[in-house]
Design a protein around this ligand. Structure first.
Ligand code: DAK
Length: 260
């Protein structure tokens, strides 16, 4: 049996997935990608999982990139195939998760590591976080969605600067440019992620899922985000969660959402 590289803990609805390859600063090799992908996939149908928090083991790194030793010998065909597989298997799966995914960025988030954090719905960084896309320094370009998701978050000019210099920015600069949602001291990182998860968890799971879908629709080619929102909005009126949410408000009680 292969070694477990993803440690998971479930605490009252919040599933924390910790990438655990500390000897390589949690670099993403094929096994990490496969195990993380499986963990995200099985969380989708687990009724006791409401929110997912993704982090790295230790205090030094979230993920220091794709495993350089693994892809050093690849040719063009292998590179393309692996980028496609990685994007389908992990990065798009994280982004399209029906349950919110919060990245708790605890240190270096470089290359594929930053791309993974960017595929999450929200990012909270520890004050020692250092983030960048250094791929061009290795003679490649970001291959796990970085050229697309970084401009979406920080704008084209800042994204171009980060991608073309390959440089790292610190947590405060990440906050200033919108790359991360919050910065907290390292020792408060997981508690802050947990607090945000619990705030999300008070809401209708069905509506969270639909809201993620509607936001992502605006970034899909050939889809009009406003039209997608109208459909998603209309469909909400058919759900049990909508009936429960509005009834609870009128009856001045807390809603008990079923997620249906
Ligand atoms: N891959 C493999 N090993 C890594 C690694 C990585 N990305 N990052 C660190 N390590 C390993 C180091 O080799 C070292 O192992 P030993 O030498 O002790 O065996 C150990 O982790 C500790 O690292 P350092 O000794 O270097 O620690 P420092 O504190 O001195 O430096 C650092 C920390 C994060 C600044 C440094 O480790 C570093 O620069 N790491 C590499 C950062 C980087 O360039 N990452 C890759 C970005 S490019 C693809 C799709 C996507 C991509 C590639 C291919 N295909 C589909 C094919 C994406 C590429 C990237 O992510």
């Amino acid at each position: 049996m292969s070694q477990s590289l993803i440690h998971s803990t479930l605490n009252e609805g919040v599933l924390t997935l910790t990438i655990s390859r500390p000897e390589a600063l949690n670099a993403l090799n094929a096994e990490v990608i496969s195990q993380l992908s499986d963990a995200i996939e099985s969380a989708q149908s687990a009724p006791d999982v409401r929110i997912i928090v993704l982090t790295g083991s230790g205090e030094k790194a979230f993920v220091a990139g794709a495993d350089i030793k693994e892809f050093a010998d690849f040719n063009a065909k292998q590179g393309k195939e692996l980028a496609q597989r990685g994007q389908d298997q992990l990065f798009n799966r994280v982004e399209r998760s029906t349950k919110p995914v919060i990245a708790a960025v605890n240190g270096f988030a470089l290359g594929g590591g930053l791309e993974l954090a960017m595929a999450c719905h929200v990012r909270i960084a520890s004050d020692n976080a250092r983030m960048g896309l250094p791929e061009v320094s290795l003679g490649v370009i970001p291959g796990y969605g970085g050229t697309q998701r970084l401009p979406q978050l920080v704008g084209k000019g800042k994204a171009m600067e980060m991608i073309l210099t390959g440089g790292m920015i610190n947590a405060e600069d990440g906050l200033a440019c919108g790359l991360v949602n919050a910065v907290v001291p390292t020792e408060e990182l997981l508690a802050t992620a947990d607090a945000m998860a619990r705030k999300m968890m008070k809401n209708s799971p069905r509506a969270l899922q639909t809201a993620i879908q509607a936001v992502l629709a605006g970034y899909e080619e050939g889809i009009n985000g406003f039209d997608a929102e109208i459909s998603c909005f209309g469909a909400s009126f058919e759900t049990e969660d909508f009936k429960e949410g509005t009834s609870a408000f009128i009856e001045k009680r807390k809603p008990q959402f079923s997620g249906k």
